[in-house]
Ligand binder design. Structure first.
Ligand SMILES: [Zn+2]
Length: 468
């Protein structure tokens, strides 16, 4: 006997599976959605968010959509939440509270993810990360390297000293056990051998690396040993010089040092070496974090008066005290040195569009944190995006450097970095088109972080919560 009867449980299942398709926690309608992967604008689109994830992106308004929260975004632009790919929490026990108070500065400015590039408060950072992910504190997703690796007696407090191959293996193992997201190498005291051993061991263990590079190492040696991202442009500049090998030899023999080599490197850059270096970086999938904004800030410490900076009201006095180190050395620097820094900064600015044109993947990082004078969490990432565009990068490339590229570097692009169904609902609703004017990344009308809506007023309140 045939029947059209559908068992109740099947009918219920059918209805159940239909209902969630049109019902969301949040619906953002009539938005211009910037697809940072294709570089295209999806016009008049609707974004559905459910359980903290992007559940729908469509321009088909014919369905029967329902949501607890409807956001009309007519004439507004939606981008993924911005990631600052180079920040620091640091300064010792007594600055832990002040570092914690930097967290609202990120979210108040639409920064939904940070790559913390080494410091001396690792266990505290892990606690903050846990508290944030559990929803007990509002903050960006934190990815951290834990302590930096350096040679014995390294500059930064908390760094793990590595001198022998055995120590390199042990250090990488201890960081993996700590559950860090990547390894940060620093170059104040590390030997050439120790540096390469760490890179080789990290590659063997399958953990990403990022770093400075001692000038006793050639750029191609670091890249070929597996350096995942090059922080700052000194090392890229070194690779573009015809005299890279000679400079390296002089550093090894003690006849030259890092800062003393800059004029020579700038004077011996050739187009052929640039091309070879850019290809090297591209072919090895090595990312570059130019940190232009901090470059502009520190280069002109002597000339620019920061005493009326608005953010001095929001950063703790202990952290502001740490700014004095770099200010003092800038003030007592010779004229030659000051001029060298200006030339160097201009050289770096010129490198950025060339790197982009050559297909090297860039990361947007501000290097904000204690000791890095007047580079404030949050606003400095917007400054970095603007500096990249001022240097000649197309705005979409700058946006990629602060979204999808970061997620790809950290290998979490299945969850973050772009607005795709299934990914985390971290986004900014902007009042203007950032592809027309990158300064529009600052014109945030609303933020969605882990599927929760924050109005502009709520974001301003985050900032005010840490006013001194
Ligand atoms: Zn740094």
């Amino acid at each position: 006997m045939k029947t059209r009867y559908i068992p109740t449980f099947l009918l219920a299942l059918f209805l159940y599976s239909c209902t969630p398709k049109s019902s969301y926690d949040i619906l953002i309608t009539h938005a211009e959605v910037i697809d940072v992967e294709s570089g295209e604008i999806l016009t008049d689109h609707m974004i559905g968010i459910k359980d903290g994830k992007v559940a729908l992106i469509t321009d088909d308004y014919s369905g029967n959509y329902k949501a607890d929260e409807m956001i009309e975004a007519d004439g507004q632009y939606v981008i993924p939440g911005l990631w600052d790919m180079h920040i620091h929490f640091r300064g010792g026990e007594e600055l832990i509270e002040e570092n914690k108070n930097l967290i609202p500065l990120f979210t108040a400015n639409g920064i939904t993810g940070v790559r913390e590039a080494g410091g001396d408060m690792t266990s505290t950072i892990f606690e903050w990360r846990e508290t944030i992910e559990q929803g007990q504190m509002v903050g960006p997703h934190i990815f951290t390297s834990g302590p930096k690796l350096d040679g014995p007696g390294g500059t930064w407090a908390g760094s793990i000293p590595v001198n022998t191959q055995e120590e390199a293996v042990k250090a990488v193992d201890s960081l993996i056990n700590m559950n860090v997201d990547f390894i940060k190498l620093y170059d104040s005291r590390i030997s050439r051998d120790a540096y390469i051993w760490i890179l080789e061991e990290a590659k063997r263990r399958g953990i990403k690396t990022s770093g400075h590079m001692p000038f006793s190492v050639m750029l191609n040696e670091a890249v070929e040993a597996g350096l995942g991202s090059v922080e700052h442009l000194y090392y890229v500049l070194k690779g573009t010089s015809e005299e890279e090998e000679a400079v390296t030899a002089d550093v090894i023999s003690g006849q030259a040092n890092f800062w003393g080599s800059m004029d020579r490197l700038m004077a011996t850059t050739t187009e052929a070496n640039e091309t070879a270096t850019f290809n090297l970086l591209k072919d090895n999938d090595t990312y570059v974090t130019p940190t232009l904004f901090i470059g502009n800030t520190l280069t002109y410490l002597k000339q620019v008066d920061h005493s009326n900076d608005e953010y001095l009201n929001y950063v703790g006095d202990g952290i502001i005290d740490t700014y004095q180190g770099r200010i003092r050395s800038a003030m007592r620097a010779s004229e030659d040195y000051t001029n060298m820094r200006i030339n160097l900064n201009n050289t770096f600015v010129n490198l950025v569009p060339k790197l982009h044109k050559a297909g090297v993947k860039l990361l947007a990082g501000s290097d904000c944190g204690a000791s890095n004078s007047y580079v404030y969490p949050g606003t400095s990432l917007h400054g970095e995006l603007q500096a990249m565009v001022d240097a000649g990068l197309p705005p979409i490339a700058a946006l990629k450097a602060a979204t999808i590229n970061g997620a790809e570097f950290l290998e979490v692009d299945d969850q973050y970095g772009s607005l795709k169904t299934g990914k985390m609902a971290d986004l900014l609703i902007l009042n203007g088109n950032p592809l027309e004017d990158i300064r529009n990344t600052r014109e945030i009308g609303m933020m969605v972080l882990k599927g929760k809506v924050y109005t502009k007023a709520e974001m301003d309140a985050m900032l005010e919560s840490v006013r001194k």
